[in-house]
Design a protein around this ligand. Structure first.
Ligand code: HEC
Ligand code: HEC
Length: 446
């Protein structure tokens, strides 16, 4: 009896001691990772991290870098959106038409009264005035009100989508997801005055409109304004798919043809494509044989008269930080067959040789992930429109979420199966039907 009680007490004591020790251990581990001494440099780092993220998100979503001076003051695109009834020109763009052109609406930014009106049918989705109301509420993703009825564009226009939780095209934001519904060319083509683009390209406005409307949904041609090439030798549009802006952390080369790093391309786009007001330097664009338009226009060295007119350079750190924070979305449960994906993974890393270029877990090469067209068995048209004449190994994470528009820079492969069949032929892999299917299931799981 006595010994039993002693044993029990001992056991209880041991238990208490173990719990205490574990707690102390946990506290110790905690203090070395998350405790930040007030006034320390650790605290400076922590504050900077929070601030870069916060302001980067605002810039990505809402900053036009002053590009309304181009889209509205010069091209007068805002007038086409408003329509004659609202002081603009033409019939205007109704909310229904805006959604049909692939524009997305952030449901969390739509004023409650309008939201209720949409639900009850009281808000007329065929009236351009309601598009203006949504724009003024900053609810149309990537389209910003810029004073006096003007509009400007932000990065989110092309690089965000919504989850369609309210209605098709209306939902919560999905930053980084490429908008493969957006018909950028058709939207720009509505601008009443495209003379500045026409003179840049040394063609007439009708030709500019013809080129813009040839792009189709989900595509944009960033290189058109450098080399003036609108169509490929096979007659198809030279535009490329809008790529994701998620899953960029750890990746060195960006764009389909590896123009440079994330901050390189961010500065490029904000200055040369969105026509924001900033500074940009890249003497590679002075090559008049390769980039006749850029060389003529002096795109290789863009400056502002006053430092205070540069609305881009100061935004680059936070913008990059935010982009690097956006992960590639994980494949939804049940969207792929696990027992096929497992052998698919083995093939990917083994006999199919995919991982020699798509190195897990980045799924592109650490280092300089650039390849000739020949290495991947396609034509070199788009590669030759870039400084290195090569294609960059695309990071594959989240590939399932960008199926719309197809795969490869121009969407030439309608689905992942077509990509695998391509490699099977080019690399002479001799994959069986089951093996190709396994590889596809693995790609869907990334
Ligand atoms: C009109 C649509 C459009 C807008 C607006 C736009 N982009 Fe892009 N973005 C593209 C297209 C198309 C490409 C592919 C270009 C290429 O490969 O030649 C691209 C490529 C990129 C890439 C490279 C991704 C990768 O790893 O390959 C990044 C990063 C990027 N954009 C960031 C931005 C940022 C930041 C902004 C705002 C400053 C922005 N984009 C505005 C269409 C757009
Ligand atoms: C020699 C390097 C190399 C090898 C080996 C390679 N790839 Fe690629 N992969 C690339 C490059 C470069 C691209 C970009 C092509 C483009 O956009 O035109 C690409 C693009 C892709 C894409 C399209 C991604 C997108 O979002 O558009 C998929 C999917 C893909 N590869 C899967 C594979 C699979 C599966 C294998 C193995 C059978 C493989 N790759 C082997 C270099 C390689």
């Amino acid at each position: 009896m006595r010994t039993a009680r002693t044993a029990l007490t001992l056991a209880a004591l041991l238990f208490v001691a173990t719990v205490a020790l574990t707690t102390i251990g946990r506290l110790g581990a905690q203090s070395s990772t998350t405790f930040i001494r007030p006034g320390s440099f650790d605290e400076v780092i922590q504050t900077t991290s929070t601030e870069l993220f916060r302001s980067g998100q605002q810039i990505f979503r809402f900053d036009t870098f002053g590009d309304e001076r181009f889209w509205s003051d010069t091209l007068r695109l805002h007038q086409a959106v408003a329509g004659a009834a609202n002081g603009g020109v033409g019939t205007g763009v109704s909310p229904a038409a805006a959604l049909a052109a692939g524009l997305k609406v952030d449901v969390d930014m739509v004023p409650q009264a309008i939201l209720a009106g949409i639900q009850s049918g009281a808000v007329n989705l065929n009236d351009p005035a309601n598009t203006l109301a949504l724009i003024n509420a900053r609810a149309v993703i990537g389209v910003m009100p810029a004073g006096n009825g003007r509009v400007g564009f932000t990065c989110a226009l092309c690089h965000s989508n919504v989850d369609n939780s309210f209605a098709p095209g209306v939902g919560s934001r999905l930053d980084g997801w490429p908008n493969r519904d957006l018909n950028v060319g058709a939207i720009i083509a509505m601008a009443p005055d495209l003379s500045s683009v026409a003179s840049l390209l040394q063609v007439d406005q009708a030709t500019v409109r013809n080129v813009l409307t040839s792009w189709g949904p989900g595509k944009f041609d960033a290189e058109l304004f450098l080399d003036g090439k609108a169509f490929r030798p096979d007659g198809k549009t030279a535009a490329t798919l809008i790529p994701p802006a998620y899953g960029l952390a750890g990746v060195n080369m960006h764009t389909y043809t590896g123009w440079g790093s994330v901050p390189y391309w961010n500065a490029f786009v904000a200055n040369l494509e969105m026509h924001g007001s900033g500074v940009f330097y890249d003497p590679r664009l002075n090559d008049a044989a390769k980039f006749p338009v850029a060389a003529r226009a002096g795109f290789g060295n863009v400056r502002q008269a006053n430092a205070s007119d540069d609305g881009i350079t100061s935004r680059l750190p936070a913008l990059q930080y935010y982009q690097l924070s956006i992960p590639a979305p994980a494949a939804p449960a049940g969207s792929f067959v696990q027992r096929s994906a497992d052998p698919g993974q083995a093939l990917f890393n083994g006999r199919a040789r995919c991982s020699t270029c798509h190195v897990p877990p980045l799924f592109t090469e650490p280092g300089w992930g650039m390849h000739t067209a020949e290495e991947i068995g396609i034509d070199d048209f788009q590669a030759r429109r870039s400084p290195d004449n090569r294609y960059r190994t695309t990071p594959l994470k989240g590939a399932w979420s960008r199926a719309k528009g197809g795969y490869y820079h121009d969407g030439r492969f309608a689905n992942l199966r077509a990509v695998v069949e391509h490699y099977n032929g080019v690399f002479g892999l001799r994959l069986t039907e089951t093996e190709m299917n396994d590889l596809v299931e693995y790609l869907k799981s990334l």
